[in-house]
Design a protein around this ligand. Structure first.
Ligand code: NI
Length: 254
């Protein structure tokens, strides 16, 4: 890899041991990591990480999987820390009808509440959507007034274009390197690079050729290489454009 900075726009650092954590962050020392919170505990961890590590930025929010645990305190944690200059967004938030189906109403309510928070503080919204793409789109279309990222995008090309029309950027992760990921390859091939971001979703979704091992932010390089291969452009161009995209979509002050 050359001198071009790489940005992993979405990962979770709270599942590494301290030793692993130091290692994966040091490996990214010339690059940037944006770490995502999911609940009260991991949001507090994100705040610790961004305060401790120079190359780590973060987003805090309530993931749909944790909607049933939300209290007043959850929003207090978010609002109290949202003006930390290294907290660059609200996330990850959204809808997940794959894991949990019996609380759609609560999921929708907490999602909308957090979109309004992002609007209020002019922060980037980081969105999780699983088996819920049309509800996600309809809500964003109605409420979103700020920049946003749809992380680990995994729906159709047609929907991708509709999200792009709302100014949303799409996070592309390790799935694009998998043999059977036809749909994501089609997205990467057909969507202009200026709408795409690199991400790993570490420690999950490890790209080839490291599949089977625990994922880490540096593996963004394999995602970038695959995008370069699909788009028939250089790796440098992929790094340059996706880094520019991430800096502008998260208003990163480097
Ligand atoms: Ni995530």
């Amino acid at each position: 890899m050359g001198d071009i900075m790489m940005i992993d726009t979405h990962c979770h650092l709270d599942e590494y041991s301290l030793e692993e954590l130091e290692k994966v962050i040091t490996k990214m020392q010339d690059n940037i990591i944006i770490v995502s919170g999911t609940n009260d505990k991991t949001n507090l961890d994100v705040i610790k990480f961004v305060n401790k590590y120079k190359n780590v930025y973060g987003v805090i929010g309530i993931h749909p999987e944790y909607v049933n645990e939300v209290t007043e305190k959850s929003f207090e944690i978010i609002e109290k820390n949202i003006n930390n200059p290294k907290i660059v967004g609200i996330g990850e938030v959204g809808l997940d009808y794959y894991w949990i189906k019996d609380n759609k109403k609560e999921q929708l309510e907490i999602f909308i509440k957090q979109i309004k928070l992002a609007n209020k503080y002019n922060k980037t919204l980081v969105i999780h959507s699983r088996e819920a793409i049309s509800d996600t789109y309809n809500i964003l279309k109605q409420y979103l007034k700020t920049k946003a990222v749809l992380h680990c995008y995994s729906s159709s090309l047609e929907m991708a274009n509709k999200f792009i029309d709302l100014g949303i950027k799409l996070g592309i992760g390790g799935v694009v390197t998998f043999k059977n990921s036809k749909q994501i390859k089609e997205i990467v091939e057909n969507i202009d690079l200026k709408h795409l971001l690199l991400e790993t979703d570490s420690p999950y979704l490890t790209p080839e050729p490291n599949r089977g091992k625990k994922n880490e932010p540096y593996n963004s390089i394999y995602v970038a290489s695959k995008i370069a291969e699909i788009k028939k452009i250089s790796l440098d161009e992929v790094l340059e454009v996706t880094t520019t995209n991430a800096i502008s979509q998260f208003d990163l002050m480097l």
